[in-house]
Design a protein around this ligand. Structure first.
Ligand code: BDP
Length: 717
């Protein structure tokens, strides 16, 4: 009882001391602001206002209790006068399956695994109790966040009977963070990892990072860039990584490292990094042992090998499987995994870049060790605004595949453009591979259900940096959020998640939610329209990928040039990937291959990805391809204007700081959408030798002027 009173008193203390927060975005979706009066959550929350912690030894349950206190203090404290007198009726009981009172309830915990949870409204000893139970402390923490979310969104917290469990095992953020704190393709400031001051100084940000991740079920972080430096594997950096692991552990988050393939040469002074050389295997085994001695729950390694100039096993005429399996043996005794990336293409290989990963990996199906998972990007080129699903999904039934999405917006306008990625993720996950007939979705490939794999996962290239609002804009936070939600449940709906995020981020005001959800669900199609409609890809500026550059043709390797991807000339546009071209369509299952092989059955949104068609090609709308292309570009610009208008319509309902930043960013996006449209149409008009279709406004500047623009200090490189 003494402990109960102590917890209750600390809630009161916190409540009294509540500062007036600035809404600068730091709190993400965990804002815990006083609930609006109309929500009437007060009564329900009063019933839940006592936190009863059953196991003070479990660090995750302690964190769960602290989070509930913090949330209740923030949301209700200021509003509940005489709080102490009214707090009688209920309690929250947090505990694991072996706690006697939880055991007595016979909750369906057996099927929920180590991370699932149950939230149940129950009566114990005549008292109303909200039980949050799980098979582990982390499960209890996840359940606690779920209960808090209900309060934040003004949903009932009585009569609850909720069970939830993640469908994927590895739910990871991949940080492309360098040791000097630059972030490859990062647009939200410096790296949040202050390597220089670690391990001594553990920034409070690390804890808030862990809280945010745990609240959406993310359970792992790869700390360093896939273009890795061997230094990350040296003793001083292992100690630094261990310090982060200590902060993250109670939140259920494991650390992983990107491993540089040639580390045995660079650090171990071996003559080779050949995976079949016993000295190399011994070096990695010793390295793994050293890491596990410092970080007993280290997750494992992520490897980018033989891609974009990185070293790898093929340097020694060994396969990706040889490389992955050698590393897998090193971490296996400790329970670690190897995430081996399938993002491979070689600059010397003249084959269609979209085909190269499949060519390398398909033949290796079934040859990977059981603690290896192959990490495949959602599309076969590289995180474009739209790509068809990667042909490896469904093509490697004997190998667990994990999804790699990009959360940072390398090819989507960087920090400032409002692009909600939920629809992109959903489109990729719900794509039907037809691997085992209709309904063989990518989601079922990666959740292991299609081919019965237990090792499953999803990784997202993080958009997090040292900016006060973490992700560079309020709406970029939604991409981190939806990634977590879809890693937990790859069948989640992007639209539903947008609504949840909006309620948490701006408060549960129906007008705000419907407006924000409208903006978010339009935003992905808008960016496709003003950048790369109808299946176009990779037309961004060289190196930095910012802004339009469809004209670039002079770079040394063909696939470095946008002209390689669109192949526009006087007769038509598009990349022929049918059998008259690269025949990449043949990498898909027969049903899908047949669909993509024929321009008439290829969805128009993918048309130019698979086909080179004439400028007068008739589209479903009755327009010619040229007219349709121009119409899409123009539509994209007006969709941004429309989003901006919607944002302005809710100005009185949004706090000034976040309102203003988004408003300015939408102005930037509007200007840049126009730039994309104008530059691309000016270019395509010139290569096709055609005037703009009737009714299309002429570009603001000449093609030469667009071509002359340069960006010497662009971020993220
Ligand atoms: C591309 C990026 C590059 C990454 C590469 C990768 O432009 O910076 O290193 O992907 O995923 O999107 O390895």
């Amino acid at each position: 009882m003494g402990r109960l009173i102590a917890w209750c008193a600390s809630v009161l203390l916190l409540a009294g001391a509540m500062p007036a927060y600035a809404e600068d975005g730091y709190d993400l979706w965990l804002r815990y602001r006083p609930l609006p009066a109309g929500i009437q959550a007060r009564d329900r929350a009063q019933a839940a206002a006592l936190v009863y912690d059953v196991d003070r030894h479990d660090q995750s349950i302690i964190k769960a209790g602290e989070e509930i206190e913090r949330a209740l203090a923030g949301m209700l404290g200021a509003q509940v006068p005489n709080y102490s007198q009214s707090v009688v009726p209920g309690a929250i009981l947090l505990g694991t399956a072996d706690e006697p009172r939880i055991k007595a309830l016979n909750l369906p915990l057996g099927s929920l695994g180590s991370e699932g949870y149950v939230i149940r409204s129950a009566t114990i000893d005549g008292k109303a109790v909200t039980v949050i139970a799980a098979n582990s402390g982390v499960g209890v923490l996840y359940g606690s966040f779920a209960l808090i979310e209900r309060l934040q969104r003004g949903l009932p917290i009585d009569g609850l009977d909720i069970s939830a469990a993640p469908k994927l095992k590895l739910r990871l953020l991949d940080h492309w963070d360098n040791l000097d704190r630059t972030v490859e393709r990062g647009y939200a400031g410096q790296s949040i990892w202050d390597w220089w001051k670690l391990p001594d100084f553990k920034s409070p940000r690390y804890t808030d990072y862990a809280r945010a991740n745990a609240s959406i079920g993310i359970n792992g972080a790869v700390l360093n860039n896939v273009n890795a430096k061997a230094d990350s594997l040296t003793a001083p950096y292992i100690v630094k990584a261990a310090a982060l692991a200590d902060v993250f552990r109670p939140y259920g988050i494991k650390v992983y490292l990107s491993a540089r393939w040639s580390a045995p040469i660079e650090l171990g002074h071996l003559k080779t990094a050949d995976p079949l050389d016993p000295a190399v295997a011994t070096w990695w085994k010793a390295k793994a042992d050293e890491i596990y001695a410092a970080i007993p729950d280290f997750g494992g390694f992520l490897v980018k090998a033989n891609s974009e100039g990185q070293p790898g096993p093929q340097d020694y005429h060994r396969s990706h499987a040889d490389g992955a399996n050698m590393l897998a043996a090193a971490v296996k005794p400790h329970g670690g995994v190897i995430m081996w990336r399938a993002f491979v293409y070689a600059q010397e290989n003249p084959e269609d870049r979209a085909k190269q990963a499949y060519d390398d990996f398909k033949a290796l199906d079934g040859r990977f060790a059981d603690n290896v998972i192959v990490q495949v990007k959602n599309g076969a080129i590289d995180f474009q605004p739209r790509e068809p699903f990667h042909p490896l999904f469904g093509a490697m039934p004997g190998t667990p595949l994990m999804m790699e999405f990009q959360i940072t917006k390398e090819y989507l306008g960087m920090a400032t453009h409002l692009v909600y990625l939920g629809p992109l993720y959903e489109e990729a996950l719900q794509a039907d591979t037809w691997a085992h007939g209709k309904g063989s979705t990518v989601a079922k490939v990666i959740d292991g259900s299609l081919d019965h794999h237990a090792l499953t996962g999803m990784a997202g290239v993080a958009n997090i940096g040292s900016d006060r609002d973490w992700a560079g804009s309020t709406f970029n936070q939604a991409n981190w959020f939806v990634f977590g939600r879809m890693a937990w449940n790859p069948d989640a709906s992007a639209k539903t998640v947008a609504g949840e995020w909006s309620e948490l981020t701006f408060g549960p005001n129906p007008q705000v939610t419907s407006t924000v959800v409208d903006m978010m669900t339009t935003s992905r199609e808008a960016v496709v329209n003003y950048m790369e409609p109808l299946g176009l890809a990779h037309m961004m500026g060289t190196g930095h990928h910012y802004g339009p550059a469809p004209w670039v043709h002079e770079l040394a390797r063909p696939e470095w040039n946008p002209v390689y991807y669109h192949k526009a000339d006087a007769t038509g546009i598009g990349f022929d990937r049918t059998k008259t071209g690269s025949n990449a369509v043949a990498q898909y299952a027969p049903h899908v291959a047949a669909m993509f092989a024929d321009p008439k059955t290829t969805p128009e949104r993918n048309l130019l990805w698979f086909h080179h068609v004439g400028w007068d090609y008739p589209m479903a709308s009755g327009r010619t391809l040229w007219e349709e292309l121009a119409a899409h570009y123009t539509l994209g610009v007006s969709q941004v204007a429309d989003m901006h208008g919607k944002w302005r319509s809710i100005q009185p309902l949004i706090d000034p700081e976040r309102y203003a930043k988004t408003d300015i960013f939408l102005s930037i996006q509007q200007r840049e959408a126009q730039w994309w449209r104008d530059a691309c149409l000016a270019y395509f008009a010139s290569v096709s030798g055609r005037p703009l279709p009737a009714g299309e406004a002429p570009p603001a500047r000449s093609l030469a002027e667009y071509e002359a623009v340069t960006f010497p200090y662009e971020p993220g490189k």
